[in-house]
Design a protein around this ligand. Sequence first.
Ligand code: HGY
Ligand code: MN
Ligand code: MN
Length: 429
Amino acid sequence: MNTYVSPTPDITSLRTDSDRLWEALMEMAKLGATPKGGVNRQALTDLERKGRDLFIQWCRAEGCTIRIDNIGNIFARREGSDPNAKAVMAGSHLDSQPTGGKYDGCFGVLSGLEVIRTLNQHNITTQSPIEVVAWTNEEGCRFPPCMMGSGVFTGELAFDAMMARADADGVTVSDALDAIHYRGSDNVSPSEIKAYFEPHIEQGPILEDTDTTIGVVIGGLGQKWFDLTLTGLEAHAGPTPMNLRRDAMMGAAEVTQALNRIAFDHQPHGRGTVGCMTLHPGSRNVIPGQVKMTLDMRHWEPEALETMGQAVAAAVEEICQRHGLEYHLEPTANFAPEYFDKACVDAVRQSTEHLELSHMDIISGAGHDAMFVGRVAPAAMIFIPCKDGISHNEIESATPEHVHAGCNVLLHAMLNAAGIVSSVGGTGE
Ligand code: HGY
Ligand code: MN
Ligand code: MN
């Protein structure tokens, strides 16, 4: 990656259109809108298809060409002056959590669209093509693991294995892709990418707590996910003495405590969460015979993440021994931390300074598609605050000012990387 210089003089005053970006966000948020003000637009559902269709409609209206690959990743491309130049890319995802917010994912995708709209509005030609991508199934809630589309694109995840992943109703990724007609055949290669920038809300409290506008993201935590099934023996809650039980729920409770303790033992970056739990048969006066639960652990250092994984596996073994339970511990995600490309991170920081916005370096606790793209191309992220640091919650909220600031940082970081060939007419606000 070459180092970046500040944009040519007539570009420095260029800004994106705050109202236009906000309107796009609010329009997209209508698809899957929930009563509490969030969205439920899960990956590869018909609602997400509508979001994909709307994004493509908007990009085509800007003259972009559209490519869709074999797992439904959507690439909208604005040509530059040099057809052989690698693309400067922005993106994120359009799928949401079941009780998700308006900004998680969409802020990144629609900021990329707003950059293209701004370049068209001001008749600016870049040397490199500008490309905006909407990755398939970033959330991984319906079909684990998360970042599935970018994982297949970058070779982190095996295509066939991902196609076979099924949701709780047994619908596979392959079925769902066909059902929404988004199984593409275009070959897009990571080698086409010169630089990738992903704007995203922080999804945590640090920027807001420090009254900082921009997070210059230096990387993201590695993750290990497991599906754990504990099997004991269903029995009557009354006549069965406490010391003779094989209570799967007791095992689940102790595993949950153990994961929490292990995460606390690996601070400041250790994270441990049990997000899903179902027990069988689920009758109030029957000792649970089986519990299915999910384990999500994360860390900034690969060695610490491995140590956490080993400690959790040992705890499961010991707890099941003591409670007379059988268990099956199925890995569903396993990826190392990502440390973003220095030149890309510097471009984000320089753009933030050029725009005179407060900023700080920050590590992403959440996984993002940029983490997989960063394995194959220079990548970095731009964080903005979200209210009370809350995300993966329908009350997720961001301000138009922060959304606009983040999009302007994206604009100038991308222009630094893409190079300006010409601009016709005034480019001031
Ligand atoms: O789980 C994650 O970190 C991401 O939000 N999918
Ligand atoms: Mn996201
Ligand atoms: Mn998310």
